[in-house]
Design a protein around this ligand. Structure first.
Ligand code: 13P
Ligand code: SF4
Length: 361
């Protein structure tokens, strides 16, 4: 029988143990829902201790996962770094498959589990290792920078990885190391276009898209601004450039979180996946969140129920061919080893640099 929490009771002990998480989520989760979530949260946390496991939870996880069972929470870059540092025996990736592969690449000796093998990503499925080999034949001598939202096969063909938090820095570093003025940046066309507006390095891009962020339009943003006066608009760089042009700030999910917590805007709109606002709002009292909402169907495959099942039955184990993992590790490690950027990748210069063209493969 699949776990739905109903086999565990909401006892006074469970209530007390999960109180800190409840305090975080109570503005977004009803007491009725919490009585169902809390016993599973307590059980998952018990299993983690028993199995020496940690849960790496992406910012797009629902609040009960993010605040209830996540040991490390953050953006793709932060989670990759935590995977490399962790000395747990088991990593449960509360995120999508490419993230679990990245954890396995960085921690080959650990057992890496993903609660649902179908948790994919439209960017990761837009390109294969064979595509990258053809790109390298077509552009010999140019470094290939690959977004971490890719499979291990693609990373293995890559010179250096990047995330939305460091893409500008990685592109500039790759150009410097290779002694060239152009780099290949794949597979997200919009990230590539947004990076191109931040640097003088020429960009060759691929036509991959994030199915969540590509749906936002400049009209959506202008409408929201008109309906909610004074709202500060924060957009993810996987959005089209026209969206960033009418936004007030752009950055990775962690950068958006930091923006809200540090600048404490009165009203804010996060142009990204739905759960992000719920998770940031837990610590941002005094900020009103306007919530346009595009769900990532892949991230939403992860639930408390299947996290519990993953820990209980040690499933689904994510493996990467060791030869591929070794080559992919070089590309990810090169990124992790970069010094902290001199200027944060905030993409908020976009308005100053219109119409910087990229070459699409
Ligand atoms: P970051 O968390 O790195 O900003 O990436 C967002 C994303 O879409 C991951 O799938
Ligand atoms: Fe992939 Fe977009 Fe979902 Fe992130 S939000 S996992 S980039 S489809």
């Amino acid at each position: 029988m699949a776990a739905d929490g109903s086999q565990f009771a909401f006892t006074p002990e469970v209530e007390a143990e999960t109180l800190p998480a409840w305090e975080k989520v109570k503005r977004h989760v009803t007491p009725m829902e919490w009585r169902a979530h809390a016993p599973l949260i307590a059980e998952i946390n018990r299993l983690k201790r028993e199995k020496n496991a940690v849960i790496l939870a992406h910012n797009y996880m629902t609040p009960e996962i993010f605040h209830g069972v996540g040991d490390y929470v953050g953006d793709s870059l932060g989670l990759a770094k935590e995977a490399a540092k962790s000395d747990a025996a088991v990593i449960v990736q509360a995120g999508v498959h490419f993230m679990a592969e990245t954890s396995k690449i960085l921690s080959p000796e650990k057992r890496v589990l993903i609660p649902d093998l179908r948790a994919g990503c439209s960017l990761a499925s837009s390109i294969t290792g064979a595509d990258v080999r053809l790109i390298k034949q077509r552009y010999p001598g140019l470094p290939v920078v690959t977004y971490v939202n890719t499979t291990a096969d693609v990373k293995a063909e890559t010179d250096i990885c990047c995330t939305s938090a460091n893409a500008v820095q990685v592109v500039e570093e790759a150009a410097r190391l290779w002694g060239v003025d152009k780099v290949v940046l794949i597979p997200d066309e919009f990230l590539a276009r947004n990076v191109a507006r931040q640097t003088d390095i020429g960009i060759i891009a691929w036509k991959g898209r994030c199915e969540v962020h590509e749906r936002f339009t400049a009209e959506d943003i202008l409408e929201i601004k008109a309906a909610y006066p004074g709202a500060e608009v924060l957009a993810h760089p996987e959005c089209p450039a026209e969206v960033l042009e009418v936004s007030d700030f752009a950055g990775s999910t962690a950068a958006m979180n930091d923006y809200v917590l540090q600048r404490k805007p009165k009203r804010v709109v996060l142009i990204t996946e739905c759960s992000m606002a719920d998770n940031v709002a837990a610590d941002a009292h005094g900020t009103e969140f306007v919530r346009p909402c595009n769900l990532c169907p892949h991230m939403k495959r992860i639930s408390l129920e299947n996290i519990y099942e993953a820990l209980l039955h040690d499933r689904h184990e994510v493996t990467v061919d060791p030869a591929i993992a070794e080559r992919a590790r070089l590309a990810v490690q090169r990124m992790i080893d970069l010094p902290p950027p001199a200027r944060p990748a905030r993409y908020d210069l976009v308005k100053a640099r219109h119409h910087v063209d990229v070459e699409l493969i």
